[in-house]
Design a binder for this molecule. Structure first.
Ligand code: 5GP
Ligand code: ZN
Length: 114
């Protein structure tokens, strides 16, 4: 499958790794939108939030716990951070391999449509 984040998960495309375990990988976004901008992905290909199934509930939990680890590693646990998932066209999803954006390291703007 021609998926850029599957290739990153497989090490075919390099990334700046922040955290990894058996099922999850986190790496720096190539075009950071904040001082800290990390992407947290399942190694398994899940195209978008719409694709999550009941068989994946453990993996969903692992992603959330990985996000907590990434916050710790990037030093934003206490200062605060935002977790974002873009699902589909209106949200501006560009890469159709599920990912959570972790943004922080600075004051973030309000969460409003534009
Ligand atoms: P989306 O809009 O799909 O939620 O966000 C995709 C994100 O992936 C964007 O913030 C973009 O900068 C990032 N991205 C796209 N291609 C690459 C890549 O090859 N490497 C890394 N590290 N980030 C990427
Ligand atoms: Zn993929």
């Amino acid at each position: 499958m021609d998926c850029i984040f599957c290739k990153i998960a497989q090490g075919i495309i390099p990334s700046k790794k922040v955290y990894e375990n058996e099922h999850v990988l986190a790496f720096h976004d190539i075009q950071p939108a904040a001082e800290v901008h990390t992407l947290i992905i399942p190694k398994k290909h899940i195209a978008s939030h719409n694709e999550w199934d009941t068989v994946d509930v453990a993996l969903l939990g692992e992603l959330m716990l990985a996000a907590k680890e990434v916050a710790k590693i990037t030093g934003v646990t206490e200062s605060g951070y935002r977790l974002i998932n873009n699902c589909g066209a209106d949200a501006g999803q560009v890469v159709f391999h599920y990912h959570i954006h972790l943004l922080g390291g600075q004051t973030l703007g309000g969460l409003v449509p534009n």
